[in-house]
Design a protein around this ligand. Sequence first.
Ligand code: FE2
Ligand code: FE2
Length: 146
Amino acid sequence: MAQQDATVLLDEDHNEVIRMFEQYKAAHDARRQQVLASEICQSLLVHMQIEEEIFYPAYQQATGDEEVLKDSRKEHKEARELIAKIDADRQNAKLMLDLEDAILHHVNDEREKMFPKARAAQGMDLMRLGDQLQLRKTELMEAHPA
Ligand SMILES: [Fe+2]
Ligand SMILES: [Fe+2]
């Protein structure tokens, strides 16, 4: 497995889910939309979990940046609430668009505020964190396929 900087790995997840939202919006068949909706929700849940288990605590320790973390955790909570609503109402395209808006905003915060600070921080081993994130991601995707 190629080693990857944690922020690069996480941002590739971001790009991937943004592409999936584009596919969702371009899909006209209801069955295809439902498959994409469930893949999007699954990949977001895994992504948020690995951030919270591995990346955020390391970021907290290295930067002490409570403010950005507090906002990020709040945005994860809001995304999980939307995902729970989507789970209960799989045909609801409006909820998927709300989720897309929330995720675009959150991704932007991580890209603009958190990742640059993480790259500049002393004491964050981004390559080692990248390995840990990749391992945990694989484990979670295998345990809960979409
Ligand atoms: Fe996040
Ligand atoms: Fe993220």
